[in-house]
Design a protein around this ligand. Structure first.
Ligand code: NAX
Length: 325
């Protein structure tokens, strides 16, 4: 019987409240694997975290080994197999994006420095807290004992959104759609790419789509889906984000037959900087992540992709002093 330790930061927050229960009721690991949860949040959130712990216990999950709730990062990260970096400051009213970047950069820098001291180099780190791709860059910069290939940022929510919007349009099931990937940043510059997508292994339904619908409706709707959710719910995506984190973790453990999207820092044939975390079409087999290189990318697609790279390079510029340590 195996055991896995999963650390979740921001564990008293909205996403974690769905994520924890999804992980414990899911089937990421082989049967009989026990899960230890290390739940980290700030000191002020500890009373909430205690309530979350009681609720987890009340579910009587048979695969739960132990729960640690803490505001001590070292305790939370020590020995962890999977670290889900969800905790971050939300953007407050009137706050500039650059200020949010810098505030959250400090959180990720501190967590990365501790991870570097007390986590094995085999551990996998998933960065969720925004700006996720740039926070992943900070983690990579300060957790030098963890190979870059073990650090990824969440783009699965964007990919899932793209699949569901397309499946509604084509009146088909998401399970029929494959090879739909999202390039770039987790932001409004991301590029959901239908050019290689298939429906039931056939590209005809995609080819028959009106280009105007793709450019004027599909792409902007995926790019701004987060804002659309906030407009209706009054709060940012939480359950769908948790579900996407679950999918991301599942794929890292079990691989995927489909093309996937994650923020990675890797050499590629598309002329994108390998000094930023960028979402590419990926093949993930037996926990090995590889970019699907050499795809035909049209001039129009490349413009979207380069715009997203430009945004990520600008985000990197804002935190360049922090990166120097
Ligand atoms: P919440 O504000 O509900 O929760 C954040 C939690 O993080 C809070 O409990 C807070 O106390 C905690 N926290 C703050 N500083 C911390 C620190 N230094 N150590 C540990 N915990 C700390 O936000 P929630 O809705 O859960 O979203 C979390 C993050 O995910 C946000 O940054 C959000 O923007 C980001 N998202 C990223 C997505 C992605 O696809 N990459 C999609 C969903 C989500 O928007």
């Amino acid at each position: 019987m195996g055991k896995k330790i999963i650390t979740i930061t921001g564990a008293a927050g909205n996403i974690a409240y769905s994520l924890i229960f999804r992980i414990l009721s899911g089937n990421i690991f082989p049967e009989n694997t026990k899960i230890q949860l290390n739940l980290l949040d700030i000191t002020d959130a500890l009373p909430v975290l205690k309530g979350v712990k009681y609720e987890i216990e009340d579910c009587a999950f048979p695969n739960l080994d132990n729960i640690i709730i803490t505001d001590n990062s070292e305790l939370a990260f020590t020995g962890s197999d999977y670290i889900l970096l969800v905790g971050a400051k939300p953007r407050s009213k009137g706050m500039q994006r650059a200020d949010l970047l810098l505030d959250n950069a400090n959180i990720f820098q501190k967590h990365a420095a501790i991870i570097n001291q007390c986590v094995s180099s085999d551990a996998k780190i998933i960065v969720v807290g925004n700006p996720a791709n740039t926070n992943a860059l900070i983690v990579q910069n300060f957790a030098t004992n963890i190979p870059s290939k073990n650090i990824t940022s969440l783009m699965k929510l964007d990919q899932n959104r793209a699949k569901s919007i397309l499946s509604n349009k084509l009146n088909t099931s998401v399970s029929e759609i494959s090879q739909l990937v999202v390039w770039g940043n987790h932001s409004a510059t991301q590029f959901p790419d239908l050019n290689h997508s298939l429906v039931s292994n056939n590209n005809e339904p995609i080819k028959s789509l009106d280009q105007k619908w793709i450019e004027d409706t599909f792409i902007p709707r995926v790019q701004k889906r987060g804002a659309e959710i906030i407009e209706h719910r009054g709060k940012s995506s939480a359950a769908s984000a948790a579900s996407a984190i679950y999918d991301h973790l599942y794929i890292l453990v079990n691989g995927s037959k489909d093309w996937e999207s994650m923020g990675v820092m890797m050499k590629n044939t598309y002329g994108i900087s390998d000094e930023i975390f960028f979402s590419f079409p990926l093949q993930i087999l037996d926990s090995n992540i590889g970019i699907i290189n050499g795809l035909d990318v049209s001039e129009i697609s490349m413009k979207y992709i380069k715009d997203s790279e430009k945004e990520l390079l600008m985000e990197r510029d804002i935190i360049k002093d922090i990166l120097k340590g």
